[in-house]
Design a protein around this ligand. Structure first.
Ligand code: UDX
Length: 436
């Protein structure tokens, strides 16, 4: 099929490349000339495992193009909208200006029978608001939320665990759902659940899923707070409750909490939208979820301050991790970087290291020191913090070797990803989150 993808950020660039890889003819459109230039040369503008190969294959096959010129979408029959919906400045609601601008720019090039498929995460009610502009051009709007995880985006796009399409009532909607079912044929042929819903349900599925995941993380972090005052170990608690299949162990990783470009802003936008709908109390708990999450960053700072006997002034701190999670160079709302910045604010001499996110971190927080070599970052440190659970720290870092280069063997494990027994055996004072 001939398809276009409007917006080539994390979501759009991966979607465009993935759709080309399954045989579609794809044009990606973005307003950012630098991004388009990079993608057209098969260079990924961000770190995402598997994306460079998929881009190279798509571009060289001729099935994948990128442009800033919207008129290039004229021949496409399905147009995906994958632009960002960031948190609005000075508020919690989503900023829909990029979605609105994308639709406005696209409409003049639509033909009767075309399908516009929104993938961006939007407040419930957005698709209904945009539908008439699309249908005036004879096209059909559907909402097809995206559930990809950064770091696994390629796999999640090609082989998702479910596909959801919100369509309008009637024949047009049924037809559009059928077109998307065919478009996603590798997944739908092998029986991946394909759920056809109305607009509101499709929009809500996405925010409900993210709200649930965020709640799960904050739940275990709330248990970590209780563990901290009772001497319990939250990781054992998570293992034990996780064996209950109804609960499950995934997303019960206690630590410095969630960040990134999705969970934090999505739960805030959901709470803001619910309030607009007069149902703020229905998701009032999301404010608590957010508050618990942010408190864990305070807790990590507290642990460092108390481990260093109350003063951080001039203390050398090595921070291992800057990305909001491993396998990503994304630092948007990164708990890791936030903790580093706070320690710097308290007078510590902070050196940050990360396998992929240093360039982004440096651009946003030039006041910190950066070091790409873990060993050099550890040199003479008076305390070490692990705040992103990269394999480089979790698996590869040997506590005895690390102990040779630091000034003091004190480690704060902000992700509960190290083995306390091994670190203590190598002479380290080990502090976990929610662990004795
Ligand atoms: C999330 C959703 O998982 C995805 O379905 C949606 O499409 C976009 O938002 P992503 O932002 O890529 O994906 O990250 P995710 O893997 O969900 O992790 C989010 C944050 O939660 C990270 O900061 C991670 O470190 C943290 N986390 C995750 C925990 O603190 N504990 C856990 O147990 C799991």
């Amino acid at each position: 099929m001939k398809i276009s993808v409007i917006g080539c950020g994390y979501l759009g660039a991966v979607h465009a490349a993935a759709m080309a890889s399954i045989g579609h003819e794809v044009v990606g459109v973005d307003v950012d000339e630098n991004k388009v230039k990079a993608l057209a040369e098969a260079r990924a503008p961000f770190f995402e495992p598997g994306l460079p190969d998929m881009l190279a294959e798509g571009v060289s096959s001729g099935r994948l193009r990128f442009t800033t010129d919207m008129s290039q979408v004229k021949e496409s029959v399905v147009h995906f909208i994958g632009v960002g919906t960031p948190q609005r400045k000075g508020g919690y609601a989503a900023d829909l200006r990029y979605v609105d601008a994308a639709i406005e720019a696209l409409v003049p090039f639509l033909k009767p029978g075309d399908i516009v498929a929104g993938k961006s995460t939007v407040p419930v009610g957005t698709a209904a608001r945009l539908a008439s502009a699309v249908s005036k051009a004879g096209a059909t709007l559907v909402w097809n939320p995206e559930f990809l995880r950064e770091g696994w985006a390629v796999q999640d796009t090609i082989d998702p665990d479910r596909l959801v399409v919100g369509v309008p009532d009637g024949d047009q909607g049924d037809r559009a759902a059928e077109v998307l079912r065919r478009l996603y044929y590798p997944a739908t042929d092998k029986g991946t659940p394909f759920l056809v819903t109305d607009y509101a349900t499709a929009e809500l599925v996405k925010v409900a899923a993210n709200a649930f995941l965020a709640t799960k993380i904050s739940f275990i972090n709330a248990m970590a707070e209780i563990a901290e005052v009772t001497g319990a170990d939250v990781t054992q608690l998570a293992d034990a409750i996780g064996h209950d299949a109804r609960i499950g162990r995934r997303f019960l990783g206690a630590g410095i909490g969630f960040g990134g470009g999705c969970l934090p802003k999505d739960i805030r936008a959901f709470a803001a939208r619910a309030e607009e709908l007069g149902k703020g109390e229905s998701v009032g708990f999301l404010r608590e979820v957010d508050a618990i999450n942010l408190r864990r960053r305070d807790r990590a700072v507290e642990l460092v301050v108390s481990a260093l006997d109350g003063s951080l002034h001039g203390k050398k701190v090595a921070v291992l991790g800057a990305a909001f999670k491993p396998h990503s160079d994304d630092i948007r709302d990164s708990p890791a970087l936030d903790v580093a910045v706070r320690l710097h604010g308290l007078g510590a001499a902070v050196t940050v290291t990360d396998p992929e996110a240093l360039e982004n971190a440096q651009r946003l927080h030039p006041q910190l020191q950066y070091q790409s070599d873990t060993r050099v970052a550890l040199q003479d440190a008076e305390i070490v913090l692990v705040v992103t659970e990269w394999d480089e720290y979790r698996k590869d870092l040997d506590p005895a070797e690390a102990g040779e280069v630091v000034a003091q063997r004190i480690v704060v494990d902000g992700r509960n990803c190290l083995d306390p027994v091994a670190w203590r055996a190598a002479g380290w004072d080990y502090y976990g989150m929610g662990r004795p």
